[in-house]
Design a protein around this ligand. Structure first.
Ligand SMILES: Nc1ncnc2c1ncn2[C@@H]1O[C@H](COP(=O)(O)OP(=O)(O)OP(=O)(O)O)[C@@H](O)[C@H]1O
Length: 234
């Protein structure tokens, strides 16, 4: 279980997150939604100790991660797919997925890249193509496949639908839910696309200017027109 308690985060002197608290149960699927610049990426990077200066508690299965470096957080079962995906352009799709061996949960072996590819129908005909020759949507699929191949206990996806066509977004929603279920991985998803977030998760936090302004299930958010209008309308 991931528990974030009273997290504040800074870039230099600028405070970006203010007293953020949230929880994701083992195998739970939770969304963080909010506008551009609300602090979603800063939150994810803080959870991974990958950039911002964070103050507060981040507990993973009850253990305070303190100053644990990013690579050890990965090996403890946390996987972040960042907004820019970080696909290796000069190696193939299959080789990109095989890189998961470097981030595998301690004591486990990674999933076989060939079998992971079968879970992502769009990638099957592309497995020998170079990463640099993929579309944005295809790269996003590879990034998710690479993350899940490392057998994380919690997969964190930072705005995976950004720039993707509606048909790809639909396919990605199906694939994300399937692979999380099959691998008993939890999901922490940052999104601006409410439709996608709703397909993939059960609970939702709304973040605005670095503060959590709503937490609950989707039905409760849907009943709350004021919150939606104030913090999520574009
Ligand atoms: N490296 C950085 N140095 C200084 N300020 C930063 C840095 N990265 C982000 N910020 C600022 O932190 C704030 C939150 O940005 P963040 O990227 O966390 O938001 P976000 O919700 O992920 O937005 P988006 O949906 O646009 O990606 C913004 O005001 C942004 O300008």
């Amino acid at each position: 279980m991931l528990t974030v308690e009273n997290l504040t985060a800074f870039y230099g002197e600028s405070q970006i997150l203010h007293d953020v608290s949230l929880a994701v149960d083992n195998g739970g699927r939770v969304a963080i939604v909010g506008r551009n610049g609300a602090g979603k990426s800063t939150l994810f990077k803080s959870i991974m100790n990958a950039g911002p200066r964070a103050v507060g508690k981040i507990l993973w299965n009850g253990v305070d991660l303190g100053s644990t470096p990013s690579y050890k957080r990965v090996r403890a079962g946390l996987a972040l797919v960042p907004e820019d995906r970080r696909i290796f352009g000069h190696v193939t799709v299959l080789e990109n997925i095989a890189m998961s061996q470097y981030g595998v949960l301690a004591g486990e072996t990674p999933l076989d890249p060939e079998s992971v590819i079968q879970r992502f129908p769009m990638l099957v005909p592309l497995k020998d193509r170079l990463g640099g020759q993929l579309s944005g949507g295809q790269q996003q699929m590879v990034a998710v496949a690479r993350a899940i191949a490392a057998r994380p206990r919690l997969m964190m996806l930072d705005e995976p639908t950004e720039g993707l066509a509606p048909i790809i977004i639909e396919q990605l929603a199906k694939d994300v839910v399937t692979v999380c279920n099959e691998n008993e991985a939890g999901l922490l998803l940052s999104e601006q696309n409410l439709w996608f977030a709703k397909q993939c998760t059960d609970r939702v936090y709304v973040i605005d200017t670095g503060r959590i302004v709503f937490e609950g299930d989707w039905a409760t958010l849907d009943e709350n027109a004021d919150i939606k209008q104030r913090y999520l309308a574009v």
